[in-house]
Design a binder for this molecule. Structure first.
Ligand code: CTP
Length: 398
């Protein structure tokens, strides 16, 4: 079984809806999130630490004065890809809006730059109070996603707006809006895709079966998640979104040239292109007669990715390896290190089934081992998982 891909924090405020956050935690885990719970001290009056520790399987602290040596407000802020605050009381909303840092949760919110979803739950009068409403406007202007509470029966016996929304509605909002909207905003993502062609003569070339589908899926998913994308695409007729800066190339030299112009100022490089290892030592101006074809001589092309990573700073680089044999972890890791990459996707291409297909099977690997394995998932779905792992890796690079 593979580990969940997305590390998030569930901040729990001191309202009676805290008990509903137990179900939210469970459903987030079902949706492949690894969740650390950070309750406010007052919320522990409703749901205690033992419940959160049992449900999350992780240690739970609520004050900066616990585990001081671990500097948890900074380490949690670094590891998390997003924060959900549910339920958020009027007081917690006010504290976040004011930039206060008087417990662990508000400290780590201040220390974090990741997407935040706030799920308010309180009495209608408190929600509608102009103090709360102006705090909500402040938070939304700061890019924080604040949900509207649901309508219905309240704990006080009144009926009105202020209920904790359904778990499914919260998760839908979190995955479709909070995460998508923001986690690559301001990031530059460079993607190479397709397969290079090395001319032999005016008619023939050395090529490969790569179509560009996987790289285009990564470019598209990264665009949806707010990134600024440059796609260097070798020999593919597939359409791409107008917001993606697309540079069409043919040969390894062109691919390398375009990537080297962009690499120094990118945050991520996804090197999905299938690069020809060799080219003819001479390109013939005339069509070569068939009797002379067996005299073709080749020279090795440069290793494009290794050339780029020789000047790597904080870029997170993801290499791709297409193998036909049994997945060999050690070989893939050796290749990743040789190429100066941070992650490698080991793609099982037995029977050539993957080329041109909408599906893929393989494993995402880093220097510690296999992070996640997939069998026949869509290339879009792999793109999202690769981006998730790349973001974690990039955060570690500083
Ligand atoms: N790659 C590259 N330049 C090359 C060959 C490959 O940048 N001349 C990149 C590919 O885009 C891919 C990664 O390196 O991200 C691994 O490609 P692969 O063909 O498996 O690498 P090779 O070094 O050619 O490995 P092998 O010796 O197994 O053929």
């Amino acid at each position: 079984m593979s580990a969940p891909t997305r590390e998030i924090i569930l901040g729990v405020g001191g309202g009676i809806a805290a008990y509903k956050a137990c179900d939210l935690l469970r459903r987030l885990q079902d949706s492949d999130f690894a969740v650390t719970v950070v309750p406010t001290p007052s919320s522990l009056n409703f749901v205690g630490k033992a419940t959160w520790e049992a449900l999350s399987g992780r240690k739970v602290t609520s004050e900066v004065w616990e585990d001081v040596e671990l500097v948890r407000h900074i380490s949690l802020a670094k590891d998390a890809q997003a924060i959900i605050i549910a339920p958020a009381t009027a007081d917690l909303i006010a504290r976040v809006a004011a930039g206060r840092a008087d417990d662990l949760l508000t400290n780590l919110i201040l220390a974090s730059t990741v997407p935040i979803l706030i799920v308010p739950a309180m009495h209608t009068a408190m929600w509608e109070n102009s103090a709360t409403q102006s705090n909500v406007v402040t938070l939304r202007n700061r890019g924080i996603d604040v949900m509207e509470p649901a309508d219905g029966a309240l704990t006080s016996g009144d009926i009105g707006k202020g209920r904790f929304p359904d778990t499914a509605t919260i998760i839908e909002r979190f995955t479709s809006t909070t995460l998508r909207a923001k986690d690559l905003t301001g990031k530059k993502v460079l993607v190479s895709a397709g397969g290079t062609r090395e001319p032999i003569d005016p008619v023939r070339f050395i090529g490969n079966r790569s179509t560009g589908i996987q790289g285009i899926a990564i470019a598209e998913k990264a665009r949806e998640r707010g990134a600024d994308i440059t796609l260097v695409l070798a020999n593919s007729d597939l359409p791409t979104h107008p917001e993606i800066k697309r540079i069409d190339v043919q040969s390894v030299a062109e691919l390398s040239n375009e990537l080297s112009k962009e690499f120094s100022h990118c945050d991520f490089l996804f090197m999905t292109a299938a690069v020809s290892d060799v080219r003819p030592s001479q390109v013939s101006a005339e069509k070569i007669k068939k009797d002379n074809l067996d005299q073709l001589a080749f020279v090795q092309n440069q290793d494009v990715i290794a050339t780029l990573t020789a000047n790597k700073l904080q870029q997170c680089v993801i290499a791709f390896a297409a193998e036909t044999g049994e997945n060999n972890l050690a070989e893939a890791q050796a290749k990743m290190i040789r190429k100066g990459a941070d992650l490698i996707y080991l793609n099982n291409v037995s029977d050539g089934a993957i080329f041109g297909s909408a599906y893929t099977s393989g494993s995402i690997i880093d220097k510690s081992g296999i992070l996640q394995s997939f069998t026949n998932i869509t290339k879009e779905s792999l793109a999202d998982s690769l981006i998730n792992h790349a973001i974690i890796q990039r955060n570690k690079l500083g």
